[in-house]
Design a protein around this ligand. Structure first.
Ligand code: ADP
Ligand code: MG
Length: 991
């Protein structure tokens, strides 16, 4: 231990680790004493701990003893063998001191950064046992089903010896089984399974269909992969809906066809002209040629000819120089104005220019004139000549036009993206008249997966195939907000440090870097940089062949399946036997990768393939230098590179790593290329020559940091918006849950009846009006519609009425109908009916609300570019709350209406609903390769540079508002608007 502390002085984690030293000593003292106990006495510790926890002690109090008990159980199992994923496996582990430190960190709700192969699976057993003693359930979250099963079977013996139950969730499991698994003390599963179960629970039609029981403590393995990479996209459960968008895309297609063709011709001309100029002698032409190339880059960054020219010596630099001149003079706009539209590859956005707009037919040009909605509305407000009703009509009209136009602009934008950023047979393929997405990392077709936000329809329009119905989100949550529900969260991984600030920002998770058990002796050599990809590949194959011939195992990491396959072909030609892994068949790949350390073996794998599987060195490999890692491209985050390197040098093994890069790699091209091109020119590097240079390595790191920051911004953006939704989601789900689980919700329904009636009376018989001015016919209409009540007023009745007596009389009549119905159907059926009314209404409106929120977010993303209306997220918060208020009021009225209207035979869910459930698709985009993800779909609204315009298009579709404020927010509960204030201090003030 002393040695260990000495080895790591100088790191900021030194102090943290040092602080835990006394605890380690204490655990080991307890451990020494436990050895004399019989098995029965040791097992009895579990009950003793449970009692002590029930009395007055806390998990912290018993931690050292509990950890010691686990350690002793491990010791007693040494040499025993049991099956783990059908493989007989011998138990050979007793926690090292560093593992005890990791265990303490996990118990304290931190992220333990421990290198690959340090035995994190074992580390988790100690805090898991301790916290499971509370009976509240511990969740162990893994990156795939295979690892969930492996860890349960591997570590399960230890827990079960101590009398704890364990369960594992996997993809194909029934609800009944899931529920049983969640009842266990410890449940293993993937983040997706846990998260989708949460969403499905909140769509359940019967209380007994719910499977989760608690969100108490979760330990997330490979935490960076789950909370960072996977957290880029939310979990979504969706079903198909009818929609009229098809026509929109079909209508706009010819327009976009023309735009695209014109732009292509334009760019080709520019390139040809530039080539001519460069071939000539005149030096003043050079700048002009550079400008043309720069413009072409903005207009068609993937143009083959262009890419070829840019590869030539000095070309990149020329373009960059021109760009900086224009940038300095703030005239980059002038460049883009030479085009019909320009593409911002870094932002994955496309912007139509004035020239582009002018090309559209006159009618459509008009479509692009964006009514500045805020000015128009405020002008309207100031117009005294209009009556309130006229004003309402006009403002409805403004919203309607605005909504319609933003939808069209959105369609054009998506079509342009489909044409320019999405290439057939790269991003997608056509199969039987269907557009199928290709997983950019694995190269496999993703059946049933669709791009969101109209993009898929746009591609279908582009390809001229049938445009399929858009699917509607039924439930959604980000992983961030799912995991924030846990009382306590902890994580472990080999690579967390570079993302430490994000972990703290988003999850309040501290990262603690824990030293290795044995000193690390892996040798990481400097990056080898080539000009072109082919040169790089050649060098890689040479390196692999050499090492392979010398009997050293090599693990080759790639960013995509594509690269894996290219290398595989080249190796085959070179006669080197090898395995290729793609991160899809987890178990089979685990079996292959366990053997990646054997003498002379060559394994090619995308980043996630075989993650979590231990690579042991085969016989004679230590003498040959251990496992050698070859990186074939920099990944988009430094973390992923570290992860790959970490595959070698486990538990003090020898090992080495080297990265091979080229200036044509995506990351370099987009973020560091210019700089590097200059450096290489200056160093006078020739073709086929390799350079290794500190400066280059540093430039690459800078580029990675840029991408990391950009990806963090995208995640943060998604989260900011989900946070607003989260408050609403919780509120709706709570209300729903009450309806689902409460024995009777009669009281709530009766309260709703009163409230809805009150609102009707308020509406038609305002307090400030004389009774003779009341709109009694409107009132009777509504009463008939909502309560099926036929009320007739006689002239002479009216004069004697006050609002209160009127209301009381109607209430009496309405309640009479209610009681009659209850009598006819009986208490039990009536209660079921009420429950059904609440659930079906909330579900339907929540679904629509999700869609409207989506639209709102897109609209605001567009509007933000336009500026002038405050921060987009604030607008979103404001409008989202308004929408919730409206939805809630409409819901109340419909629930009441259903209670009155429903005839018997309803209590069970309807056939339609059953079918809908079966159709529901759970989806979550994978993140497997982690190269520079050029086709990653930024969340709607994250695209900062789209065409201006568009606003809350749903505003035009507003349903009538009823007076009552949002139902049943406790005065001391947080306000559903997401302000973080209590309801009574926020929107509930003055109630
Ligand atoms: P990680 O998840 O940290 O990458 P694993 O949990 O997969 O590591 O463990 C890797 C290997 O390390 C195990 O298969 C085991 O052989 C070895 N190991 C871990 N802890 C110990 C220990 N305390 N004693 C002996 N071997 C251990
Ligand atoms: Mg692991």
């Amino acid at each position: 231990m002393k040695n260990l502390i000495k080895n790591i002085f100088g790191t900021k984690h030194d102090r943290d680790v040092k602080k835990l030293q006394p605890l380690v000593t204490e655990i080991n003292e307890h451990f020494d004493k436990l050895q004399s106990l019989s098995d029965e006495e040791l097992i009895a510790k579990t009950d003793e701990f449970r009692k002590r926890l029930a009395d007055s002690e806390t998990p912290d109090d018993i931690m050292p003893e509990a950890f010691a008990v686990v350690k002793e159980v491990c010791r007693r199992h040494l040499g025993q063998t049991w099956d783990v994923c059908d493989m007989p496996t011998e138990w050979n582990m007793v926690p090292f001191d560093v593992q005890l430190i990791g265990a303490v960190a996990l118990h304290q709700g931190k992220i333990a950064e421990m290198a690959t192969g340090e035995g994190k699976t074992l580390v988790a057993t100690m805090p898991t046992y301790l916290n499971a003693l509370t009976g509240k359930g511990v969740h162990i979250v893994t990156v795939n089903d295979y690892l969930a099963r492996r860890d349960r079977e591997w570590m399960g013996k230890i827990y079960e010896f101590l009398g704890l139950t364990t369960g594992v969730i996997h993809n194909q499991m029934t609800n009944v089984d899931r529920r049983e698994m969640y009842q266990c003390d410890i449940t293993f599963g993937t983040a997706n399974e846990f998260g989708f179960d949460y969403l499905r629970d909140n769509m359940a039609q019967r209380a007994e269909d719910r499977v989760h029981r608690n969100y108490y403590y979760a330990i997330i393995d490979e935490v960076d992969s789950i909370l960072v990479d996977e957290a880029r996209t939310p979990l979504i459960i969706s079903g198909q809906v009818e929609s009229s968008v098809h026509d929109r895309y079909r209508q706009m297609k010819p327009t976009v066809d023309i735009l695209e063709r014109k732009q292509r011709t334009l760019v080709n001309d520019m390139i040809a002209k530039a080539e001519n100029m460069l071939a000539g002698e005149k030096s003043e032409d050079e700048f002009e040629a550079g400008l043309l190339l720069l413009t072409a880059t903005h207009g068609a960054p993937k143009n083959k000819k262009l890419l070829k020219i840019l590869k030539e010596t000095g070309m990149k630099k020329l373009v960059n120089d021109v760009e900086s001149v224009f940038m300095r003079d703030k005239k980059l706009n002038d460049v883009d104005e030479q085009l019909y539209y320009f593409i911002d590859e870094r932002e994955h956005a496309i912007v139509l220019t004035d020239m582009g707009t002018a090309l559209l037919s006159p009618a459509e040009q008009n479509m692009f004139e964006i009514p500045d909605i805020s000015t128009m509305l405020s002008e309207l407000e100031g117009d005294e000549s209009l009556s309130a009703e006229e004003r309402q009509k006009k403002s409805d009209e403004i919203y309607r036009i605005h909504g319609e136009r933003s939808e069209k602009v959105h369609a054009i934008n998506q079509l342009l993206r489909a044409y320019t950023l999405y290439e057939k047979d790269v991003e997608y393929v056509l199969e039987n008249g269907k557009v199928m997405i290709v997983d950019e990392f694995t190269g496999r077709i993703l059946p049933g997966r669709r791009y969101s936000d109209g993009l898929h329809q746009a591609i279908e329009a582009k390809e001229g195939v049938r445009i399929e119905a858009e699917s509607q989100t039924l439930a959604t949550i980000t992983l961030q907000n799912y995991f924030r529900m846990y009382e306590k969260l902890a994580g472990m991984t080999g690579t967390a440090e570079t993302e430490a600030s994000e972990f703290f920002d988003i999850y309040k998770l501290d990262v603690m870097v824990i030293p290795t058990n044995q000193p690390m002796v892996r040798v990481d050599t400097e990056d080898q940089i080539y000009r072109t990809r082919p040169e790089k590949y050649k060098a890689i194959i040479n390196e692999i062949t050499e090492r392979h011939n010398a009997g050293q195992p090599v693990l080759v990491g790639t960013v995509s399946v594509d690269v894996s396959e290219t290398l595989s072909r080249m190796l085959k030609r070179a006669g080197v036997p090898h395995n290729v892994l793609n991160a899809k068949q987890h178990q089979r790949e685990a079996e292959i990768i366990t053997r990646a350390g054997e003498s002379g073996s060559v394994t090619i794998a995308t980043n996630m393939a075989g993650r979590g599987t231990d690579i042991r060195l085969g016989e004679g490999v230590v003498e040959r230098g251990g496992l050698h890692i070859v990186g074939t491209e920099r990944h988009e985050a430094r973390r992923i590179d570290r992860q790959l390197r970490g595959r070698a040098g486990r538990q003090g093994d020898p090992g080495s790593s080297a990265f091979f890069l080229s200036l044509e790699d995506d990351l370099m091209r987009l973020f560091g290329g210019e700089r590097l091109a200059t450096v290489m020119d200056r160093l006078g590097v020739q073709d086929d020559e390799v350079i290794t240079h500190k400066m280059v390595t540093r430039a690459i790191e800078r580029a990675q940091k840029k991408v990391e920051a950009q990806n963090f911004a995208i995640r943060k953006h998604t989260l900011d918006y989900d946070d607003v939704m989260n408050v609403q989601r919780k509120w709706i789900y709570e209300r729903r849950l009450a309806a689902l689980e409460r024995e009777s919700i009669k009281d709530e329904v009766v309260e709703l009846i009163e409230q809805v009636l009150e609102a009707l009376v308020d509406n038609h018989c305002p307090e400030k009006e004389y009774p003779e001015n009341w709109n009694l016919s409107g009132l009777t209409d509504d009463l008939r519609q909502v309560f099926l009540l036929n009320l007739r007023f006689r002239e002479e009745d009216i004069t004697g009425l006050t609002r209160e007596t009127l209301r009381d009389k109607i209430l009496e009549a309405v309640m009479h109908i209610f009681r009659q119905k209850e009598l006819t159907y009986g208490e039990e059926v009536m209660r079921q009916l009420e429950r059904y009314a609440v659930l079906s209404t909330i579900d339907r409106h929540w679904r629509d609300h999700l869609a409207e929120m989506d639209e709102l977010r897109t609209g605001i993303g567009l509007r933000a570019y336009h500026g002038g209306m405050g921060k987009p997220i604030d607008i979103y918060k404001r409008e989202a709350f308004k929408m919730l208020e409206q939805m809630s009021a409409t819901c109340d009225r419909e629930i009441v209406n259903l209670v009155y209207k429903l005839q018997i035979k309803v209590p069970e869910k309807s056939r339609v609903e059953r079918r809908r459930e079966m159709d529901a698709v759970a989806s979550h985009a994978d993140s497997t390769g982690m190269g520079y993800a050029s086709a990653v779909q930024a969340p709607a609204g994250a695209e900062t540079a789209k065409n201006p315009m568009a606003e809350a298009s749903q505003a035009g579709k507003q349903t009538r508002t009823y007076k009552r404020k949002v139902a049943k927010v406790g005065r001391n509960e947080p306000c559903p608007c997401g302000s973080g204030k209590k309801y009574k201090k926020c929107h509930g003030a003055g109630e």
